[in-house]
Design a protein around this ligand. Sequence first.
Ligand code: ADP
Ligand code: MG
Length: 276
Amino acid sequence: MTEIFAPSHSLLSGTDEARRTRIIAIANQKGGVGKTTTAINLGTALAAVKKKVLVIDLDAQGNASTGLAIGRAQRTTGSYQLMFGEATIAGSAVPTQIPGLSVVPSTVHLSGAEIELVDTERREFRLRDAIRDVTDYDYVLIDCPPALGLLTLNALVAAHAVLVPLQCEFYALEGLSHLMTTIERVRRAFNPALEIQGVVLTMFDRRNNLSDMVADDVRSHLGRRVYDTVIPRNVRVSEAPSHGKPVLLYDMNCAGSQAYIHLASEVLRREKRLAA
Ligand SMILES: Nc1ncnc2c1ncn2[C@@H]1O[C@H](COP(=O)(O)OP(=O)(O)O)[C@@H](O)[C@H]1O
Ligand SMILES: [Mg+2]
């Protein structure tokens, strides 16, 4: 294993409070904004500081499962079975190559779930009922699909907090206001305690003035809800999944890896504040 698994990484040490599972939904109805990349790499960075982490792959595309090198043969039981009462977390979680990081994979069945859920009892609460009592993990990260349908709704109802990756592009704020409205509706109807852990700017391109403008705009609208950490556009980040590795294992020193380590330390700091 690489050196990020050394006992105390300078940025991430001193986080040994008692275990209390926190469930964080990683959501944005836009595709390609960095949800899966954030689930995999934030999960890896948290595992590197000895947190027990579970990623739940709630997207039928299964990118989180692929990116964590879970082969097709290991994808017989997953998030679909969890939501439909056919499996428990213990019966569906698969260990990854990263110590302390497991994944509930996405299976082929999940592609029909959005429609099947419509006529299911407690359809908004299926995931919550299945995972809310979990105690084996410090963090459960739910990688949501690119839509505000029943799957993402299940994630928002199950979660203590939501983390929103936001790509630095022109329409970013427009999509965000729609998501914020949805979060507000979920709070009112199903999950009053749902918090916004934060918004993380992704695929930031230093050479592009638009990136700076969007970042300024988002910060002026959302203030402290936006993490200080910005994830740069970095080719190493996009190469890593084809090697079945988080970028933190693929190239720990690249700018993308360093950014995800910073993001993890920020998330941990906020968690401490939220728990206080
Ligand atoms: N910081 C980054 N730099 C470069 N490419 C990235 C970065 N983050 C994500 N990508 C790439 O962009 C694509 C979309 O990212 P992904 O995490 O799959 O988004 P989502 O889950 O929101 O659809 C993927 O090919 C991914 O490898
Ligand atoms: Mg994805």
